[in-house]
Design a protein around this ligand. Structure first.
Ligand SMILES: [Zn+2]
Length: 453
C-alpha cells in the first residue's frame, strides 16, 4: 500500500522568501555543502542572503516555508541543446550523425519558423524546468524571427538562457537562391542584430551566443567572422567538435590545410574562454593539450554520444588536462532534456571506458557529477559568480526535489521514507533513479518557473 503523500506546501512565486529543507550544493571553494536541516534565505532582489543550519536562526526557521523532507539543490545547467529539435527527442537511435541530420534534423529546423517557435519554445522551457534545469545554452534554427520568438519565450518564462541563431553558409537547409557570400553576409548581420537586441537583457539573464553549426556547414570565413563578432560583444561562441568518425573525415576533406579538427577553429581565432565546444569525443593528444592551453570549454553530452553511436568521451583525461567541462543534454541528439540523465549515462560511460581498459582513472562519484551539472556548467558559461551553487550573494537559482518519489519500493513518503545521512547516497539515488516528477519547484533569481508538476 502506498503511504499517503503529505499535502504539497505552498511554494513562493517571488522573492523575498525563506525555505527550510535539506540542502546540498557544491561550494565554489571546493567540497560540498550539506545541511540536513537547512535554511536558505532569499532577498527581495532574488539573491541568496544566507544558507545555514536552521538551528542557527530559530526565529527565521520558524517563519520559513517548511519543505522537509524535500531537498534543495542548485538549478541544473544544460550547456548544449537544440530548441527546434526537442519535438523529435527519442527518435533516430543508432543513425550516424550526418545521416541523422539529413533525415530528421534539417527538415525539422527548416520548419522552425516564428509560429513554430511561438508554439514550441514556451513548452520547451517548461520541460527544462520540470527536469530541474534553470540555465540553458541553446542552438536555434536559421531563421531570425524564430530566434526573437525564442528569446521572448525565455524572457517570459524566467529561465536563464543563452541562445544563438545557427550559421550555415554551406550544406544549408536554406533554399533561397543567394551566392555563398550573400548567405554569409546575411547570417552574420542577423546574428549581430539578434545579439544587439538580446545579449545581457534582464541584467544578464538572457545572453546571445554566436553559433556556427560546425565546420562541415561553415566556411573558414564564417568561423572567423562569427568569432570576431562574439569577441567584440563579449558573447559566447559555440559550435560542435569531433563528434563522430564520419564528421571528422568530412572536416579533413573540407579543411585540408588544418592539422586536425580543433585546428580549424584555432585558425579562425575562435578558441578561448568564450568558446563552448560540444562533444569533443575524439581528440588527439595534440588537440587535448591545445584545448586546455586555449581556455576553450567542453559541453559533454554523454547520452547523445551513445544514442547516435558517436563514442565515449575521455572525461577523466580532459579533467586531468585542466579543461573546463560541463554537461549537455544535446536534445534531440540526446533523448531526454534531463541533466540527471546526462549524469547517469556519463557515469555508465566512464565505467565502460575503465572496464574496457581505456581509462585508468577512478570514475567520478555522485557529488562530482552534481558539481559537473551545476557549478562547473555555470563556470563554462562564465557565470560561476552568479549561479550554479547555493551561496550568499549568488542569484537564487534553485530546485526542490521530492526524494521519496525515487524509492524503489514505491512512493514511500512519510516517516518511513529512506533518508540517508550521507549526501552522496541521496544524490546517487537521484542520478540513477531519476523520476520525471521528482522536481517539485524551480526558481531563477527567486522567481518561480512554470514546468515542475
Ligand atoms: Zn548538438
Amino acid at each position: 500500500m502506498l503511504a499517503s503523500r503529505p499535502v504539497s506546501p505552498e511554494l513562493p512565486q517571488r522573492p523575498p522568501f525563506a525555505l527550510r529543507a535539506r540542502i546540498i550544493s557544491p561550494r565554489s571553494a571546493g567540497g560540498t555543502l550539506h545541511e540536513p536541516d537547512g535554511l536558505i534565505q532569499v532577498g527581495a532582489d532574488g539573491r541568496i542572503t544566507d544558507v545555514l543550519p536552521a538551528s542557527d536562526r530559530p526565529e527565521a526557521a520558524e517563519g520559513a516555508i517548511d519543505l522537509r523532507p524535500w531537498l534543495i539543490l542548485p538549478g541544473l545547467v544544460d550547456l548544449h541543446a537544440h530548441l527546434p529539435q526537442i519535438p523529435n527527442a527519442g527518435v533516430g537511435f543508432g543513425l550516424t550523425l550526418l545521416d541523422w541530420l539529413r533525415r530528421y534534423v534539417f527538415p525539422l529546423e527548416h520548419d522552425f519558423d516564428e509560429a513554430a517557435a511561438d508554439r514550441i519554445a514556451p513548452a520547451a522551457f517548461r520541460s527544462f524546468a520540470r527536469a530541474g534545469t534553470t540555465t540553458v545554452l541553446l542552438y536555434g534554427a536559421l531563421w531570425e524571427p524564430s530566434l526573437d520568438a525564442s528569446f521572448r519565450a525565455a524572457e517570459a518564462h524566467g529561465i536563464r538562457a543563452t541562445i544563438g541563431k545557427v550559421i550555415m553558409d554551406r550544406f544549408t537547409y536554406d533554399e533561397d537562391a543567394r551566392t555563398p557570400a550573400e548567405t554569409l553576409e546575411l547570417s552574420l548581420r542577423q546574428s549581430a542584430d539578434l545579439c544587439s537586441r538580446w545579449h545581457m537583457r534582464d541584467g544578464g539573464r538572457l545572453r546571445y551566443a554566436f553559433t556556427p553549426r560546425f565546420a562541415v556547414t561553415c566556411t573558414a570565413e564564417a568561423l572567423r567572422e562569427s568569432a570576431r563578432l562574439a569577441a567584440e560583444a563579449g558573447a559566447i561562441w559555440q559550435t560542435h567538435l569531433a563528434e563522430d568518425a564520419g564528421e571528422i573525415a568530412e572536416v579533413q576533406r573540407l579543411f585540408p590545410e588544418a592539422v586536425d579538427y580543433l585546428d580549424v577553429y584555432d585558425r579562425a581565432g575562435a578558441l578561448g574562454p568564450q568558446a563552448v565546444l560540444a562533444h569533443a569525443v575524439h581528440l588527439s593528444d595534440r588537440e587535448i593539450a591545445r584545448l586546455a592551453e586555449s581556455g576553450a570549454r567542453v559541453a559533454h553530452c554523454p547520452a547523445s554520444n551513445l544514442f547516435l553511436g558517436a563514442g565515449m568521451m575521455p572525461l577523466a583525461r580532459y579533467l586531468d588536462a585542466g579543461i573546463s567541462v560541463g554537461l549537455g543534454s544535446d536534445v534531440a541528439g540526446g533523448p531526454d532534456v534531463s541533466i540527471f540523465g546526462a549524469m547517469r549515462i556519463g557515469a555508465y560511460a566512464q565505467v565502460a571506458r575503465r572496464t574496457a581498459g581505456l581509462d585508468q582513472q577512478a570514475v567520478l562519484d555522485p557529488l562530482a557529477w552534481l558539481r559537473l551539472g551545476t557549478l562547473d556548467g555555470a563556470m563554462v558559461l562564465g557565470q560561476g559568480d552568479v549561479t550554479g551553487s547555493l551561496e550568499p550573494g549568488k542569484d537564487a537559482d534553485l530546485i526542490v526535489v521530492d526524494t521519496a518519489i525515487t524509492d524503489p519500493l514505491g512512493d514511500a513518503s512519510g516517516p518511513e521514507a529512506w533518508n540517508p545521512t550521507d549526501p552522496e547516497e541521496l544524490v546517487s539515488r537521484l542520478i540513477f533513479r531519476t523520476h520525471p516528477d521528482m522536481v517539485r519547484g524551480a526558481w531563477v533569481r527567486g522567481r518561480r518557473l512554470e514546468g515542475p508538476a
